[in-house]
Design a protein around this ligand. Structure first.
Ligand code: ZN
Ligand code: ZN
Ligand code: ZN
Length: 328
């Protein structure tokens, strides 16, 4: 069973999940031996716990997109987040209560989101929304996040197009830092910082990758990663899980357009994305604005990044926007 451990100096939680070492890997190891076992996410050879949701059933096929519990979860069922100190008082652990699910984005072996149909992309986003609603209604969970890892350098172990949704019993540090910054900005400027940023990016138009009636995709001013792209609704919206079907359809079209640019860029072989949305334990909807952060994994984080937390980015966000706009 995975376990949360709290760092006694910083108070940062770490998930210790030794069982995940046994996960199958479809990517060649060193020395190169490609996995020859059947794909656990293809409908015909599926090897997962039973589905918790499925979408897009037709006469000819039982599903287009489905959701299953992660076979190697980093979080497990439980009613409450209980933190227990040990006898020394130094070391605190907690049960790894939460949810860890996998969204399988196609019944046949697709290895990239670019290959998904518009319908599959829309259904994938509907799965994110619906499962976040389930997590919101689960008492122990306060923050849920859809996450995608593409390519072994971004931490993926299976090539079949999929994403994960994690539901955590606390607000993780990155979201907490964004929430605190957004609260400070609201106090001094009386406006949501994201709304303010989006308005300025649209006006200046120096880092825009794409804009639609409803969304902006741009390279953030202080991007940590080369060719990093964020997507956010242009109107103030604090919670992704309240999105309606029409908005998801529009988001799906834009997300796929941006990911095609990312996937076809000659320097990008791996990337992650994740959704940030207002935590469930907050009743405030005025300052945090849901958004997607897409981070290409071109350079490996090195000593400076690990030691200082300061990222070094070798492509200016302005140049990144030019390159990504040109990329089809
Ligand atoms: Zn497959
Ligand atoms: Zn806003
Ligand atoms: Zn964020």
């Amino acid at each position: 069973v995975p376990e949360f451990r709290k760092d006694p100096v910083t108070g940062r939680w770490v998930i210790i999940a030794a069982h995940r070492d046994a996960r199958p890997n479809q990517f060649p190891q060193r020395p190169a031996v490609a996995s020859t076992t059947a794909c656990p996410f293809c409908a015909e050879t599926m090897l997962t716990p039973p589905m918790v949701a499925s979408y897009g059933a037709h006469e000819s096929r039982p599903w287009q997109v489905c959701v299953v519990p992660n076979l190697y979860p980093i979080l497990s069922d439980g009613d409450a987040f209980v933190v227990a100190p040990d006898a020394t008082g130094l070391y605190e652990t907690a049960t790894s209560v939460g949810m860890h699910e996998v969204v399988i984005e196609a019944p046949t072996h697709m290895t990239s989101m670019s290959q998904l149909t518009a319908e599959q992309t829309r259904l994938m986003l509907a799965a994110y929304r619906d499962r976040m609603q389930v997590m919101r209604d689960t008492p122990a969970i306060v923050c849920a996040m859809p996450i995608k890892n593409v390519g072994p350098d971004a931490g993926a172990s299976l090539a079949h197009s999929h994403s994960q949704i994690v539901g955590l019993p606390f607000v993780p540090p990155y979201v907490e830092a964004e929430l605190a910054g957004a609260a400070r900005f609201l106090k001094s400027h009386r406006e949501c910082v994201f709304c303010s940023l989006i308005r300025e990016e649209l006006r200046a138009d120096r880092r825009t990758v794409a804009r639609t009636e409803d969304f902006l995709a741009w390279c953030p001013f202080a991007s940590r990663f080369s060719l990093e792209v964020w997507i956010a609704p242009r109107d103030h919206q604090s919670r992704f899980e309240t999105s309606d079907d029409l908005l998801l359809e529009k988001l799906g079209r834009l997300l796929q357009r941006i990911l095609r640019k990312i996937e076809s860029h000659p320097r990008i072989t791996a990337y992650n994305y994740y959704f940030h949305s207002t935590p469930f334990d907050s009743d405030r909807d005025d300052h945090y604005h849901w958004h997607i952060e897409i981070i290409p994994r071109i350079a490996k984080a090195a000593g400076v990044e690990w030691g200082t937390g300061v990222h070094i980015n070798s492509v200016t966000p302005e140049q990144a926007a030019i390159e990504l706009r040109a990329q089809t």
